[in-house]
Design a protein around this ligand. Structure first.
Ligand code: FMN
Length: 351
């Protein structure tokens, strides 16, 4: 029998993948406290179901940035998919198209968009150094058919990832794929140098949103918010949505688990803009928990990648269908017929 849940997709993917690629995807920063906290947080929150309601029909559909979608989960940006398969962005996007799931990538979906297919695509960026490049980026994404920009705010520097350091992981592999037998071994890395001073966008500030807004109305989701103060800043500076996220435990180790950060952020936002969340979602019930706390939807990082590693495009589709089925069942068993019925009265943090 094939895998029956996302964790089993991970097991199959792990067997098929190069160790270096598996570790790159599965791993987090340093002690992996935050990586574990994302998953463990779901184990601290429990649902309080209602019964004696007619749950014959369950509607899981939602609207995000003007696109109506069958489920409130979307494919989060993940660099380095080529470590799993060549042209992996394109392959995952084909699965997104087949399952009507929104996908966020930095690159790799241009062919599908050029063919005029109804892919709901958001573009991921870590910002740009000045106003002119921010505006031209936003216009380019709008012209290419992007429905939103997802600005990742949590990686001013490359983080310190022990698994990659131990494996002598080279970020060049993200373009070329994993090394082949016979390739010369990489020199050992100096973790301190590798981690601390590989800048991404160390000078990024909220001005970036002003820059984009000065020349474009494309919706902006700010991804990587954990502090309620940052949520308020994002609203003040004109963001259209935020995602509560710690980058899947891959940036600041020791940062709070996403689901545990969610309630304070939702309260600070006070319904002014939609709040999404990502980190550790592996089950349909996880999505119900996130929505019960106040998220409008969730982003999926590793789950689709495990489908990809296990069975390519079909594997991604199966993971998305599985999560959709689990979500629908969890809603029915909890006594909610549509996403609007899910509220905080049906969840409690225990421990
Ligand atoms: C292999 C990999 C690469 C990632 N690359 C990016 C990226 O380029 N930009 C970004 O904003 N987040 C990136 N992330 C973080 C995800 O978008 C998401 O926040 C995180 O994976 C969610 O946690 P989950 O994997 O437990 O679902 C990456 C995550 C993984 C696993």
């Amino acid at each position: 029998m094939g895998p029956i849940n996302v964790n089993e997709f991970e097991e199959v993917a792990k067997r098929k993948m190069h160790k270096l690629a598996y570790d790159f995807i599965a791993g987090g920063a340093e002690e992996e406290y935050t990586l574990r906290a994302n998953r463990e947080a779901f184990g601290r929150w429990y649902l309080i179901p209602r019964f004696m309601r007619d749950v014959t029909n369950i509607d899981t559909s939602t609207t995000v940035f003007g696109s109506k979608l069958p489920f409130p989960f979307f494919i989060s940006p993940t660099g380095g998919k080529n470590l799993v398969l060549p042209n992996a962005d394109e392959t995952v996007a084909q699965a997104a198209l087949a399952t009507k799931t929104a996908i966020c990538t930095a690159t790799g979906v241009s062919k599908i968009l050029e063919e005029g297919k109804p892919l709901v695509w958001w573009s991921n960026t870590i910002g740009s150094p000045n106003k002119a490049s921010a505006v031209s980026y936003a216009k380019r994404i709008e012209d290419q058919g992007g429905k939103a920009i997802v600005l990742t705010i949590d990686n001013p520097y490359q983080s310190n990832r022990d698994r990659n350091n131990r494996n002598r992981f080279d970020y060049g592999y993200m373009q070329t794929g994993v090394p082949k037998a016979g390739d010369p071994p990489r020199p050992p890395r100096n973790p301190a140098r590798a981690a601390m001073w590989q800048p991404h966008t160390p000078n990024l500030t909220w001005d970036w949103i002003d820059w984009v807004r000065s020349g474009s109305q494309i919706p902006i989701m700010v991804k990587g918010v954990l502090h309620p103060g940052d949520a308020k800043m994002a609203i003040e500076r004109g963001a259209n949505a935020i995602s509560v996220s710690n980058h899947g435990g891959r940036q600041l180790d020791g940062a709070i688990g996403s689901l545990d950060a969610l309630p304070d952020v939702v309260d600070a936002v006070g319904g002014k803009i939609p709040v999404y969340v990502d980190g550790g979602v592996r089950r349909g019930q996880d999505i119900v928990k996130a929505l019960a706390i106040g998220a409008k939807g969730v982003l999926l990082g590793r789950a689709p990648l495990w489908g990809l590693g296990a069975f390519g495009q079909k594997g991604v589709e199966r993971v998305l269908e599985l999560l959709g089925m689990e979500l629908k069942l969890a809603m029915a068993l909890a006594g909610v017929r549509n996403l609007a019925d899910i509220d905080r009265s049906m969840i409690k943090r225990v421990v």
